[in-house]
Design a protein around this ligand. Structure first.
Ligand SMILES: *Cc1c(COP(=O)(O)O)cnc(C)c1O
Length: 379
């Protein structure tokens, strides 16, 4: 079995994907062609947000959102310590100060209490202005916006929803990519909504913000005069080919892939209850299961479990082995382990199992059985 099975998905959607690709090539409009605008409209409607502006990848989408708000030197950007590095690097990229914050032990998402403490510390120190919190929807589960929003409001912070892994999830009836002051997603192939290369998008509420993002993704060009550049931006656009590939994939995600992912997760959880710590989905939340990540019992030799499972034909991954605060790129900032107990515990014990909409019940049983045998052997 595969960890992510893009081949099985392609077989299911082949006719539509092949037709979309052929049409783009026939028309020859490879940059910002019709399919890009169609996809942006479809995505905005799908998540229930006024505007979607696509770009070259999720990392750029984060940077574009911070550029939109003029975030830079002197600003503090709060990010969960346990995430893919891009959630933090975007802040450094625009010259702001990154402040990693510990996570919740059960959902792996940003801890509202730790956020409040971090913001108050930065306020007291007075060197940086608390400006943005990047709230990551890790592994497909939306962050706890009901608890993050009042903190952001009280301290004048903007919320940037990093839904690179969160597309398709929801909380209290509201879709991922509709939270915060802006949201981003990624179309990296292995994400819940992936293309066949790199891609990303920013979601905003107003036409003014969307227009500014369209300028920023095209080297800051003017809306009316292609060769008048009004600001410094990026060259960061979604290829028309990728938009054509994403249109049928978006339909499949909503039509049946999300249901299958949730069925697979429920099956795993039933088979693994009491063997490992299974993922928590709190009341009111719906996950798009970018990863199915368990916590191994204390003392389990994870590398050994991984090699045993590989021998049994079950690929596994460790997302993530270290926190943002431990990254070499941030060694000069002198972050201290003491503030991140939950991240450190997760880094030491997490294990992600094969997860995609085309897993069979036999695959799930095989993976769960292999993990159960390894954990028993380790005990
Ligand atoms: C993948 C990912 C990104 C970056 O997306 P790319 O398209 O790979 O640049 C940002 N944040 C999170 C949480 C991610 O998982």
């Amino acid at each position: 079995m595969q960890f992510h099975d893009l081949g099985a998905q392609y077989q299911a959607l082949k006719a539509d994907i092949d037709r979309g690709i052929a049409e783009v090539i026939a028309k020859g409009h490879f940059i910002l062609g019709q399919e890009v605008a169609r996809l942006e409209e479809a995505l905005a409607a799908d998540v229930g947000r006024a505007h979607c502006v696509s770009c070259a990848n999720g990392t750029d989408a984060l940077v574009l959102a911070l550029m939109l708000w003029g975030i830079g030197a002197g600003d503090a950007v709060f990010v969960p310590d346990f995430t893919y590095f891009a959630s933090a690097a975007c802040a450094s990229r625009v010259g702001a100060r990154v402040v990693p914050v510990d996570i919740e032990p059960d959902t792996f998402n940003l801890s509202p209490r730790a956020l409040e403490q971090a913001v108050e510390r930065v306020e007291r120190e007075g060197r940086y202005r608390p400006a943005v919190v990047v709230a990551v929807d890790l592994f497909g589960l939306t962050a706890d916006y009901a608890r993050l929003e009042p903190i952001a409001r009280a301290h004048g912070l903007r919320i940037l929803e990093d839904a690179a892994q969160g597309y398709g999830g929801r909380m209290n009836g509201r879709n991922a990519c509709a939270f915060g002051d802006a949201a981003i997603t990624s179309f990296f192939p292995a994400k819940p909504l992936g293309c066949y290369g790199d891609g990303g998008a920013v979601f905003v509420d107003t036409a003014e913000e969307a227009a500014l993002l369209r300028s920023l993704r095209a080297n800051g060009r003017s809306e009316t005069d292609k060769y008048d550049n009004q600001r410094i931006g990026l060259n960061s656009r979604l290829d028309t080919l990728q938009a054509a590939i994403l249109l049928p994939k978006l339909r499949a995600l909503r039509a049946y892939e999300l249901d299958r992912l949730n069925q697979a997760a429920a099956d795993y959880t039933r088979l693994l209850e009491g063997v490992v710590q299974t993922p928590t989905v709190p009341e009111g939340f719906f996950s798009s299961w970018a990863q199915y990540t368990v916590m191994l019992p204390y003392g389990t030799r994870r590398e050994r479990v991984q090699s045993r499972m590989r021998e049994a034909g079950v690929p596994t991954m460790v997302y993530y082995p270290r926190g943002v605060h431990q990254q070499t790129a941030y060694a000069h900032l002198g972050f201290c382990d003491d503030a991140y107990p939950n991240t450190l515990d997760a880094c030491a014990r997490v294990l992600s199992l094969p997860m995609h909409p085309y897993l069979t019940p036999q695959d799930i049983r095989q993976a769960a059985e292999a993990l159960r045998a390894c954990v028993r052997e380790e005990a």
